[in-house]
Design a protein around this ligand. Structure first.
Ligand code: DGP
Length: 216
């Protein structure tokens, strides 16, 4: 009997991206429950990871409790992703799928929207693991601003989010799936489930890991 097993069998790296208040966080937890329900080994991660020392500095900056030069805070965001790289790789190689709320794309989109050089922001992410799928929850900045909880943190300002949306557009590549985040929450969930499941299956059959910024 032909086996689907391959020595490259691994978990999938699935990233959710989008403007602030696009619904990523609730969709990440719904996706986690869905895949867990199918008995997949799966974890939910998020960046910034505010639990590390670096993450606490970022958290304080986002809450406007500390001031940092734009390049300095960007380096911290990037370091926060790098400090989790080896754990990420071992989880994936061990067969665990990771659903990651924000990743390098947020890094480049948010920092370049502040005026930092696009290429410089991208260069810092080179060598991090490339996602198998980027699920971009697409929402007009004006709609996101109408949602509850908006405005609490440093970057949650309409004019700034408009710039972030433009930067995200430049970053799109073949690994991106664009989902209309204005649809009812269940419809968004259905679309994400299908894409995520396809992705998990492909990685289970043996898909080599690649690094940013390669196109899958
Ligand atoms: P969240 O925990 O999803 O609310 O994200 C925190 C905020 O940080 C959000 O406004 C997006 C922003 N952000 C995430 N990664 C980066 C990064 O690498 N650089 C910058 N400048 N901002 C980021």
């Amino acid at each position: 009997m032909e086996s689907n097993y391959d020595s490259n069998s691994r978990g999938a790296l699935i990233v959710l991206e989008g403007l602030d208040c696009c619904g990523k966080t609730s969709q990440s937890s719904r996706l986690l429950s869905f895949l867990e329900g199918l008995r997949h080994s799966v974890e939910s991660w998020r960046f910034p990871d505010r639990n590390t020392g670096v993450g606490q500095m970022i958290s304080s900056y986002l809450a406007n409790k500390s001031q940092l030069d734009d390049h300095t805070i960007h380096l911290l965001f990037s370091a926060n992703r790098w400090e989790k790289r080896s754990l990420m790789e071992s989880k994936l190689r061990g067969g665990t799928t990771l659903i990651v709320d924000r990743y390098s794309y947020s890094g480049v989109a948010f920092s370049s929207a502040k005026g930092l050089d696009f290429g410089w922001c991208k260069a810092l992410e080179m060598g991090l693991l490339a996602p198998d799928a980027v699920l971009y929850l697409d929402i007009p900045p004006e709609k996101a601003a109408e949602r509850g909880g908006y405005g609490g943190e440093r970057y949650e300002q309409l004019e700034f989010q408009r710039k972030v949306a433009k930067s995200y557009q430049i970053l799109r590549d073949a690994s991106w799936k664009i989902i209309d985040a204005c649809l009812p929450i269940e419809d968004v969930e259905t679309q994400l489930r299908k894409i995520a499941l396809d992705c998990v299956m492909t990685c289970q059959k043996g898909k080599p890991l690649s690094q940013l910024w390669s196109v899958n």
